[in-house]
Write a protein that binds this ligand. Structure first.
Ligand code: PLP
Length: 399
């Protein structure tokens, strides 16, 4: 395999957040207004757009998905002695939200087809201390929400969804993030829809709305005051500052108005990759993502699972040598220093370790040109076909 000489301008980044004039216009308008702090007009408009996208009536914008998850754990009154079942194949924020309340994450394995929480593994871990199940919709592909909701119902547990990657994606036609009591979205630059740092809490249990607004606004009833429901506002409960500024909300609104376009463009690239690696998959050197019929995904991530960590690392180096930024993903939490200190891992997690060791994500962003896609496909297939030949040779030797 040869490396192609790559000029600086030909380098293909892993991700580039999409940005158009509309977002910039809204930001300028917000900057010129006298209301640049949270809960302003752009916040209201962004929420209205999110209501339409998700079908969820009650939503709060937050400064991050991390913030939304922390707010969710406060609302659920998660505390010391409680256990929360979640995947280890996730970002630290999923677990931190639980640990910050003094409770313990309990790590369950993922389904190797979807890399989402495996309902069978969850059922096995339920104890008298279990308070809730925290599924993560990896790559914008839904967890098996039918099975997870059935398990939660049977055991009287709540579900909080980490839908950080899942804007615009659905399970059985229903938006991800809308199944549990609460759902958390991310609008970090790395996500399909972004405003630098941002997030949202979807409040599916209407009874939680009033307290959610209070915890969101530093423990005060300021939201009620702004609606004219009380004549002054005061400190009434726990809380923190979870609001984004209206300038962030302005950028977010512009992005949300283009959600279909952005997700469609990403899905188109995803589909091109999917077709291009069919031969490599059927030759046994990698596995492509699997999207169950029940799921409409949003093209957030295109990944391949290689057969072992060496192959994955060599492929990363090969792409890099050819000017392509690809990357691995989560380093499983159960083996991390904080995971070993703060969480329980009752069983081995072979699928999680396989994903941590063998997964490679390819560049994917809406403005990616066809020429860039073709280059990634050709350089990646170069590597994979060399693997196929090596694989064939080793099979012949062993015969
Ligand atoms: C599954 C998951 N949850 C939560 C987060 C945190 O999101 P944010 O950066 O918006 O806080 C991330 C970030 O990538 C994530 O991947």
């Amino acid at each position: 395999m040869r490396s192609i000489n790559t000029k600086q301008e030909d380098l293909i980044p892993f991700s580039l957040p999409s940005r158009q004039a509309r977002e910039m216009d809204y930001v300028l308008e917000a900057m010129h207004s006298h209301h640049r702090h949270g809960a302003g007009n752009f916040t209201k408009r962004a929420i209205a757009k999110l209501n339409a996208i998700t079908g969820v009536k009650n939503i709060l914008l937050t400064h991050s998905c991390t913030g939304a998850l922390e707010l969710a754990m406060l609302l659920m009154d998660i505390q010391q002695g409680d256990e929360v079942i979640m995947p280890s194949f996730t970002f630290s924020s999923t677990a931190n939200a639980v640990v910050l309340r003094g409770a313990r994450p309990v790590f369950a394995d993922i389904d190797l087809n979807t890399l989402c929480l495996d309902p069978n593994a969850v059922a096995d871990l339920i104890s008298p201390q279990t308070k809730l199940i925290l599924p993560v919709h990896y790559a914008g592909v839904g967890c098996d929400m039918a099975s997870l909701c059935a398990i939660a119902k049977e055991h009287g547990l709540a579900i909080i969804e980490d839908a950080a990657q899942a804007i615009g994606a659905s399970f059985n036609g229903r938006a991800l993030g809308s199944f549990g009591e609460l759902g958390a979205l991310s609008f970090h630059d790395s996500k399909n829809i972004s405003c630098g740092e941002g997030g949202a809490l979807l409040i599916n249990n209407e009874n939680m709305l009033e307290r959610a607004e209070i915890l969101w606004e530093k423990g005060t009833n300021r939201s009620r005051f702004l609606r004219g429901e009380v004549d002054k506002y005061t400190w009434v409960d726990l809380g923190s500052s979870f609001l984004p500024s209206d300038v962030s909300a302005a950028f977010l609104l512009g992005q949300l108005e283009r959600v279909e376009q952005i997700n469609n463009e990403r899905c188109q690239i995803w589909n091109n990759y999917y077709s291009a690696f069919s031969l490599a998959e059927s030759s046994g050197v990698c596995t492509r993502p699997f999207v169950p019929d029940s799921c409409q995904h949003n093209g957030h991530i295109f990944y391949l699972l290689l057969n072992n960590m060496d192959a994955r690392n060599n492929m990363l180096m090969h792409l890099k040598a050819n000017g392509i930024s690809a990357t691995f993903h989560y380093v499983p939490l159960h083996n991390s220093p904080a995971g070993m200190q703060f969480a329980n891992t009752p069983h081995s997690l072979p699928n999680t370790e396989k994903a941590g060791n063998c997964l490679i994500r390819l560049p994917l962003f809406p403005e990616m040109t066809l020429a860039q896609q073709e280059k990634v496909i050709s350089v990646a297939n170069d590597f994979l076909f060399a693997q196929i030949q090596a694989h064939d040779r080793s099979v012949k030797v062993s015969i």
